[in-house]
Design a protein around this ligand. Structure first.
Ligand code: NAP
Length: 537
């Protein structure tokens, strides 16, 4: 006997849809959410400038034609508050609120082979049993703050962008230090620079950023687009990144330089990162081809930033475009022309310590009133390891994945029956349009649970051999591309001591979906289904 059919961990895009999809399949479900609101990533990352780098027409649920027709996005790229409003609308429309428990952090999930149930414990001291657990914890929810000596002595406030105070922060007249120049740092910097007395941007690694060309989504454009939304979604499902991208169909290295330049310039003027990665067939496979994009982007930095030394420092030189998340901003580079902004190179002179009045590098001291860390996350595994997950024989997930994470199809780990991971390692997840991948995963999980229940099975578990074969394929595809060629969170390089592993499936969301469907059609090939049934209260 179990209290519930399914416990869902998290109430972001995954948790919200999982509650809806699983309840619609007749299952009893409860989602636990640590925050005091729904939204996951979009609840926590409320720093100024937070905006999605996938267009709103793509970064939205496709499961309900009615929802996609009735909801109106105001801008091409949705800002954090609008995404949060959208998720509230979804939760209200589909009656999900009664099944989501806020302010409740899941601390442990322990498999009990006897009754074939998970016991899920929460930080309020309660526990609940369920036939299945769906981990919708997000890939980027466990934040990383560098261990800088003296940080505890700092007299001013410091913030991590992912735990931004809901009431906002007033930097007016303040000297602010920003550490981190990834997608987040590049978004927050111009917002701080607009009000601060001075902004010091401490850069360890320069990053590529392309313009958003963000703009309002006009009513007429929206109406026309929505007439063929279903067809568009279908194209997205079959695509590589989960967003239809028109490529030239040619190889960059077989295209005359002036023609290539023109193609890149058109894409630069149109805005968005994915069109660059998909412009030519060889961009993400051949370094010389990628270099043509990289040099084009470096030229744009050089023509935007007035001080040539600063411009050169802002030019990324040691990794391929796309091997780190391609950042998007309309005003990051131009911001360095403001007199109140200083770029500090902490690659050549690293940060040494924080003192009560500021920050010291190997070359200089900087008097600061506040410090902002846009230093990223212990990605993918961090949020799962934050929960004491124990599978068969009490083995901890942390131990099972000590040499790197492994999951069959990216959704299920051997040794952890009846536990599903959404956008886990081995799935396209973090290198795709997240919302599309989330929906695909959740629907596959729903169908799997329905199949088990209907077929008289109590358990489903990934076979170790199938898992290994899958992870070998994931690795083989990854290393045929340039994606793993950067020290980034994609490979765990940002967390000291973390085993280096590139785990996203980069073979395309279309081919991934086909493989998942084929596994299901073959009676969940590569999984062991255990007979029995577990009743729920
Ligand atoms: P990130 O990409 O991991 O960038 C972290 C930054 O902090 C890097 O510049 C890194 O430098 C720096 N850093 C980390 N530790 C440091 C240390 N000890 N000393 C100095 N610098 C340090 O994190 P993020 O910018 O938060 O982005 C994470 C992911 O979130 C993105 O890749 C993207 O997938 C997602 N995101 C998306 C959006 C969007 O949709 N627009 C916005 C924000 C985030 P190094 O490069 O040298 O390590």
């Amino acid at each position: 006997m179990a209290d519930l059919d399914v416990v869902v961990v998290g109430a972001g895009f995954t948790g919200i849809y999982a509650v809806h999809a699983l309840r619609s399949a007749g299952l009893t479900v409860r989602a636990f959410e640590a925050g005091d609101g729904i939204g996951g990533t979009w609840f926590w990352n409320c720093y100024p400038g937070a905006r999605c780098d996938v267009e709103s027409k793509d970064y939205s649920y496709a499961f309900s034609p009615e929802l996609e027709q009735e909801w109106s996005w105001s801008e091409r790229y949705p800002a954090q508050p609008e995404i949060l409003r959208y998720l509230h609308h979804v939760a209200g429309k589909f009656g999900l609120w009664p099944h989501i428990q806020l302010n409740t952090r899941v601390t442990a999930a322990v498999w009990d082979a006897g009754p074939s149930t998970w016991t899920v414990s929460t930080d309020d001291g309660a526990s609940v049993t369920a036939r299945f657990v769906v981990m919708g914890v997000g890939n980027l929810s466990e934040l990383a703050v560098p261990d800088i000596p003296g940080l505890d002595t700092f007299e001013g406030p410091w913030y991590h962008t992912s735990r931004w105070p809901k009431e906002g922060v007033d930097f007016n007249g303040k000297r602010v230090g920003l550490i981190g120049t990834g997608s987040t740092g590049i978004q927050v910097a111009p917002e701080i620079a607009a009000v601060a007395e001075h902004l010091y941007v401490f850069q360890r690694t320069a990053n590529f950023a392309v313009p958003n060309r963000n703009r309002p989504w006009e009513d007429a454009e929206e109406r026309t687009f929505k007439e063929s939304y279903r067809d568009y979604r279908e194209q997205a499902r079959k695509s590589i990144l989960g967003v239809p991208v028109a490529g030239t169909g040619k190889a960059a290295l077989e295209t005359p330089a002036d023609e290539r330049e023109q193609v890149y310039m058109e894409r630069w003027k149109a805005g968005g990162g994915m069109p660059f990665l998909g412009a030519y067939t060889d961009v993400m496979f051949v370094r010389e081809a990628n270099d043509t994009v990289a040099e084009f982007m470096r030229d744009r930095i050089r023509e935007t930033v007035a001080d040539s030394e600063v411009a050169e420092l802002l030019c990324p030189k040691n990794f391929p475009v796309g091997a780190k998340r391609l950042c998007q901003s309309d005003d990051y580079y131009a911001m360095f022309n403001q007199p109140n902004v200083t770029l500090v190179d902490i690659r050549s002179a690293p940060v040494e310590s924080v003192y009560p009045g500021g920050l010291k590098t190997a070359a200089n001291s900087y008097e600061l009133d506040a410090i902002v860390f846009a230093t990223g996350f212990d990605a993918i595994t961090g949020p799962l390891f934050a929960i004491d997950i124990r599978g068969t024989g009490g083995v901890a997930l942390r131990e099972a994945w000590a040499r790197g994470p492994r999951a069959y199809l990216g959704v299920a780990a051997a040794g952890f029956p009846n536990m599903f991971i959404v956008t886990g390692p081995g799935s396209p997840g973090v290198l795709s349009n997240m919302v599309l991948s989330i929906e695909q995963h959740v629907e596959w999980i729903r169908d799997c649970i329905t199949h088990l229940t209907g077929g008289g099975y109590a358990t489903v578990e990934a076979d170790p051999a199938a898992q290994e074969t899958w992870m070998e394929l994931v690795t083989e595809i990854a290393y045929s591309t340039l994606f793993p060629m950067a020290d980034s969170w994609y490979v765990g390089a940002n967390i000291p001591g973390k085993p280096r592993a590139f785990t996203p499936y980069v073979g395309g969301v279309g081919s991934y979906r086909e493989r998942c469907d084929a596994v299901a059609a073959a009676g969940y090939e590569g999984f062991t289904l255990g007979p029995g049934s577990v009743s729920t209260a």
